[in-house]
Design a protein around this ligand. Structure first.
Ligand code: COA
Length: 159
């Protein structure tokens, strides 16, 4: 079943989404698939997030994090079990690219560090060296237990 058959629609995140966003992120953070986030962190950065809902149920989310100089990162990408492999993740990343395109001043580059590079490469991202994103390394990577053993691939999309 694809995501349109599932009636999944995308929205800007709202404050009422935060508990469900946290639950979904926590479930994957425990498996070290995404970085953990706190309620305060989500509240402060809510404008960066889009969510996928099936009716009232939150089934996915993703954020576009600004780094300055037109650089943005796709982060906190997650889709609920039972909704995977139906195109929801792809729609979330595409929606973030649309969001980046609509920004003023214009976004220059969107990047991600991911264990699922294929999902991004299908959308026109290219492989990159993570060293090209030093602000990401200083803010997240240096705190990561896998810093010296990183299992993620850097990908970038030039707008
Ligand atoms: C990674 C993740 C967000 C992908 O979400 P998803 O909704 O399953 O992603 P999609 O359905 O768009 O794509 C998954 C696969 O389904 C297939 N697919 C895509 N669109 C499809 C559609 N309309 N119908 C059927 N299959 C489809 C593709 O082959 C794709 O495989 P690929 O990624 O190897 O190219 C999800 O698996 C997840 O939440 N994982 C745990 C958290 C995580 O790892 N997050 C970090 C990601 S950087």
């Amino acid at each position: 079943m694809n995501s349109s058959e599932l009636q999944v629609k995308l929205y800007s995140a709202a404050a009422e989404d935060i508990p469900a966003m946290l639950r979904l992120l926590d479930s994957y953070a425990k498996k070290q698939l995404v970085l953990p986030r706190t309620a305060v962190d989500l509240q402060q950065n809510l404008q960066n997030f889009i969510v996928a809902r099936d009716g009232e149920k939150l089934v996915g989310l993703a954020a576009l994090r600004p780094y300055g100089d037109g650089f943005f990162e796709v982060r906190s990408l997650a889709v609920a079990h039972g909704y995977k492999n139906a195109g929801v993740g792809t729609r979330l990343v595409n929606a973030l690219l649309e969001k980046a395109r609509a920004l003023q001043p214009p976004a220059v580059k969107v990047f991600a560090l991911t264990k699922r590079p294929h999902l991004f490469l299908r959308l026109g991202f290219r492989m990159a060296f993570r060293e090209r994103f030093p602000a990401k390394i200083w803010t997240d990577c240096l705190l990561c237990p896998k810093y010296d053993n990183c299992d993620e691939t850097a990908v970038e999309y030039r707008l």
